[in-house]
Design a protein around this ligand. Sequence first.
Ligand SMILES: Cc1cc2nc3c(=O)[nH]c(=O)nc-3n(C[C@H](O)[C@H](O)[C@H](O)COP(=O)(O)OP(=O)(O)OC[C@H]3O[C@@H](n4cnc5c(N)ncnc54)[C@H](O)[C@@H]3O)c2cc1C
Length: 486
Amino acid sequence: MAGDDARGGSLRLNLRSRKVCVIGAGMAGLAAAHELRREGHAVTVMEQRGDVGGQWLYDPRTDAGDPLGAAPPPVKVHSSMYASVRLISPRELMGFSDFQFVPTRHCGDPRRFPVHGEVYRYLKDFCDTFGLLDVVRLNTRVVRVAMAPPRPPGKEKEGGDEPRWVVQSVKIRESEDGIADDEEIAPEQEEVFDAVVVANGHYSQPRLPSINGMEQWQRRQLHSHSYRVPDPFRGEVVVLVGCGDSGLDIALDLCGVAKEVHLTANSSVEAATSTTPAMAKMLANHAGHLHLHPRIDHLCHDGHVAFTDGSVVIADTVIYCTGYDYSFPFLDTGGLVTVDDNRVGPLFEHVFPPAMAPSLSFVGVPKKVLVPWFFQAQARWIAKVLSGRSSLPEVEEMVRAVEEYHRGRENAGVHKKYSHDIGGVDPSEAYEFVAKYTDLPPMEDWKRELIRCVLRNINEDRETFLDLDDDSENVRQGVERWLAIC
Ligand SMILES: Cc1cc2nc3c(=O)[nH]c(=O)nc-3n(C[C@H](O)[C@H](O)[C@H](O)COP(=O)(O)OP(=O)(O)OC[C@H]3O[C@@H](n4cnc5c(N)ncnc54)[C@H](O)[C@@H]3O)c2cc1C
């Protein structure tokens, strides 16, 4: 295993225990808290909301004062979950290695692809089982993280001149409407930690396209971050920008309610996927209500939406389903960690900024990976590096590795904004990471087959894949073993 010192039990006594702050108590932050504690670190998780769960803690409020999410970060409402969301990743693949996502006696939705509330309950059970709430400070928003000044000469303790981090936080009460600012209920607090793990998620800060006429548009426009239920769009003509998961989900949500739904491809990638069998079936199933267009050419203040093929519709609402930006508004690294067109960096293996490793790290940056399994792997690696059980390469070597990594992907035609998409149809990078840096068992063969099968089914029929029962014998037996063991 790379950089791993094969130490026996007695030598574990020499492991360093660090005082670590984790920012965020979603899947990534909870994975971090669990793994750091297992390794013997002293953990504090700071979570701005009144409960754990992150995105899966459904919030009926929206950023009503700024439905586009165009104001400077952060948005006021964190969760972008809409009411109809069902998991699109199978629960068999969604568990922590030591706490599988099995349907329990008290669960409300035992299906393979359950409703979002089931994931929230699972995360709560995970916290209860491992006593994680003992280390989570709720209603605590981190407002600034910066390196602490060096210790004065002669005052070094264990850790010598290793950097430490000052974390400033405020106690808050969430506003009731998502328009007013959250109320600060206790003055700012400043604490020093040996290490900070950033796990603040990246499905909250809207990524907006640049379309001619957006500023002049007088009718309703919002980002999917602020979409919850279809009812407000009853009888309307709605244009959805983007054909990713949210665009397709919301289109189906609106089909029975809105007068017309117009989907538009927003990039060449989406234009290509727009021609999938799934899209063809969706359009056929909802003929007359659902329409597909190429990208928008311009919007007019009077409600005209003109597409690049010359077609025009008059719309009541435009919803931008155009994804999210990485955003770390609290993080002050003096420019050593930046976000450039959704590339966070430099990050060695998507986790450690070389110049500040290992005392600063990130869990949850990669996209399209199986979670929380992959987050757990990242967190396990961080925990081991902080304790001294694993080591990192020299800074220059990490910097070089990051540069080579991005160059390789660019040469392979991967756009910068997809720098952290490492799963999906080819999860090999994620599998290799887990094998290289952790002692987690490799993903079993039947699970790998199940992923391939789900991805194929999504491409075949978006409206039925969640309830298909087409497991191969290999998968069926794997599921049976999984249920029996759990
Ligand atoms: C509509 C929708 C559907 C999805 N469906 C799926 C799916 O089917 N399968 C799947 O695998 N993934 C899905 N995802 C992605 C899912 O959100 C991620 O897989 C996962 O939940 C991300 O976890 P996280 O902990 O990184 O981030 P989050 O869940 O966003 O958690 C981050 C936490 O950090 C907290 N935080 C942020 N800033 C601060 C601060 N300054 N101070 C203190 N706390 C802070 C937030 O309040 C939040 O609790 C979906 C996402 C969306 C939006």
